[in-house]
Design a protein around this ligand. Sequence first.
Ligand code: HEC
Ligand code: HEC
Length: 312
Amino acid sequence: MKKNQKRLLGIVFASLIVFTAACSGVQPPNQSVSQQGQETNKETSSGNNQDTNTIELAYNPPKMEELEGKDDPLSESIKRGYSYVNESDTALDQYVGNKLSCTSCHAGAGVGEASSLVGVTAVSPEYNPRAGKVMSIEDRINGCMVRSMNGEKLPLDSQELRDMVSYLQYISTGIPIGADIPWRKPNTMKVEDIPETDLVQGEEIYKKSCIACHGADGEGIGANTGPAVWGEHSFNDGAGMARLSTATMFIQRNMPVGQEGSLTIEEAANVAAYILSQERPKWKGRENDWPKGGAPKDSPYYDELKSVKEGL
Ligand code: HEC
Ligand code: HEC
């Protein structure tokens, strides 16, 4: 067996621990495989959980170093994709409209803790209520291109987009299609759950705990070391991060880098509100978001949405 085939199998086995098929009522035999030193989030559970589809997965994405010295076309594509994700503002400068990289929010080019993209190709396509349609992985990338990166869509037949898909597929190796990915943490917070925010306290926290990396004017010190949090080089107001609930959760879980989790929800909400009260680029497609209704109240342009005007 070739070395990389062996490695792949290892990942698949480490990943596939428990699978309970609830809908069909059929319970496949539990598989419990020794981890051989691989890190897992949790130990194998009993497998008696008939109410949910549960797959416990190991967080073990393949590393870029594993492709060192390989020059076959797919490896080359993955490597280019990695640089588009990690150095977007320079490597994709003709499309990116600010000074962010994907890594600015999806830490470590999508394999870090903050907004991990490991497994994302296994859960695409997926219905997206903001767009009101089913979105492919290419659509999701382009969604972040026009909002978070305040830029242009990558053409569907472009090499750049294909390379980014190759990279995201690579870091999703071994994650079964449709898996319930435990480290995929969508925004589950509702703006109604956030206490009333205090911009004065938000500014104090910013000056104390954020300014060193994100700058006095929010301009940042570098896309991957301290990205722009407001101003012309930051994300536009159509980005997920422009919603108070998303920014609060992101900051509470991931900031300040080095002391993640040290802020209370209230403190995170105050500093998020402070950042979002500053100037940033405007999203041009605003009117057409949430075309079928259900827009969240913390969309910065809630009152301008067509669906809201039409009472959907
Ligand atoms: C300013 C922060 C930010 C930047 C920069 C950013 N994203 Fe995102 N991305 C998000 C957030 C937040 C979400 C969650 C969905 C939402 O609320 O829009 C997301 C979701 C995604 C998803 C879907 C993930 C899932 O689990 O469904 C993909 C794929 C993605 N981003 C890719 C990218 C790529 C590729 C880039 C660079 C071109 C990028 N993102 C840049 C914030 C960002
Ligand atoms: C030691 C440096 C450092 C400190 C301090 C820090 N950050 Fe960050 N911040 C980063 C880095 C690096 C990223 C990119 C994502 C990652 O690596 O986790 C980031 C990403 C972000 C993002 C998403 C990207 C963007 O451009 O908007 C926000 C929002 C953010 N930080 C807010 C904060 C807030 C609020 C604080 C203070 C409570 C803070 N950060 C403190 C380094 C830092």
